[in-house]
Design a protein around this ligand. Structure first.
Ligand SMILES: [Zn+2]
Length: 360
């Protein structure tokens, strides 16, 4: 958890109950949905909107496919939606908690109330569609297990969990993807809201957490729908995964954060996890210090050769379940790769396992 949390301000004391929303600004509503992980909730945003003369709502992010989330949505439709339709769904990125119910919400699974467009960046849509379909031969549990073994995971039981998880995890939470999408691009601007109170949002693409993550910024209202790029309590996961085994996502993530420093200091940040907060610049500073300290620790550990697996306990002092271990190993590798690309450590193939040691 973030030790610098006291530097942030949380303007809203309450949390929205499941099945209803909390209105933060006129026409901006906060919804929370349950998640079956250690991270037990996701925030979604419902905005008053008007498209082609019809008034209704635009939704930003969807929740995973689960009975609990679907029934919470039904409660919202029957309750606070007050008979108005959903008009559009925007997804910040392809991760299951954000994208899982996009098909159900847009194509008509939700009691076939409506068919609405999905707005998303191209890389996020393509990743989600690919993984939902099982990812062909590339994204099987087997390739994930090979990636983890190559990076030092040797425990057979753990590797078995990776195999099982790798083949079923994503399609389990994202069983279907809308067949079409409306592509959004970096710096696109579009309006959301009724004609008398329309807000213009600008797309700000960020890297390091997902391939083309879209945050949305409204300058008039100083409102940043941050997705997972900036979170108040936990640090955003930045991982190297088996699909891109030589990736260097950490510097890209930090550079993406620095672009958000252009936004005013009193911007209200709407994060996907945790509570809405003010303190964007402080939080970005904290993330820089957090990763700089982690890089120092990893570099120090590399005085003797380390695999990503042997670095995990350096970065994560607590016990991890299988789900957390997947991210922890990816995160350890992201730190090792940042040092490797920076020339501070060298990588050697030691009988099929990558080991990193301080550059001589
Ligand atoms: Zn995410």
């Amino acid at each position: 958890m973030n030790p610098g949390e006291h530097e942030l301000q949380y303007p809203y004391a309450e949390l929205p109950a499941i099945g209803t929303w909390l209105t933060l600004r006129p026409g901006v509503h906060w919804v929370r949905m349950p998640l079956p992980f250690a991270l037990d909730h996701i925030n979604l945003w419902v905005l008053d909107d008007e498209i082609d003369g019809r008034s209704g709502y635009t939704l930003i992010d969807c929740g995973i496919t689960s009975e609990a989330t679907q029934s919470a949505w039904e409660q919202l439709f029957d309750g606070v939606f007050a008979g108005k339709p959903l008009l559009r769904v925007i997804c910040t990125h392809f991760h299951p908690d954000h994208f899982g119910l996009a098909h159900w919400l847009t194509v008509g699974g939700a009691r076939r109330r409506w068919t609405v467009p999905l707005w998303m960046t191209a890389a996020e849509y393509a990743f989600g569609r690919y993984l939902s379909a099982g990812g062909g031969d590339n994204i099987s549990g087997e390739t994930a297990a090979r990636h983890f073994a190559r990076n030092g995971m040797s425990n057979e039981a753990a590797l078995l969990q990776v195999r099982v998880r790798g083949s079923s995890y994503y399609p389990g939470f994202v069983p279907a993807v809308p067949p079409h999408f409306h592509r959004i691009y970096e710096a696109d601007e579009f309006g959301i809201g009724p004609s008398h109170a329309r807000r213009v949002f600008r797309v700000m693409v960020g890297y390091g957490h997902a391939p083309e993550h879209a945050s949305l910024y409204c300058a008039d209202d100083r409102l940043l729908v941050a997705g997972d790029m900036v979170l108040p309590r936990i640090s955003t996961n930045v991982s190297v995964f088996d699909l891109e085994p030589d990736a260097d996502p950490l510097p890209r993530y930090l550079r993406s954060l620095d672009r958000l420093l252009m936004l005013p200091a009193n911007t209200l940040v709407l994060p996907s996890h945790g509570k809405p907060f003010i303190g964007l610049h402080q939080r970005i500073g904290q993330q820089h210090r957090h990763h700089a300290a982690r890089l120092d620790e990893v570099l120090e550990a590399c005085a003797t050769p380390q695999s990503a697996a042997s670095v995990v306990p350096v970065l994560f002092k607590r016990a991890l379940d299988a789900h957390q271990m997947t991210f922890a190993l990816g995160e350890a590798l992201a730190h090792l790769h940042a040092l490797w690309y920076d020339g501070k450590v060298e990588r050697r193939d030691d009988s099929g396992v990558y080991r990193f040691s301080a550059a001589s």
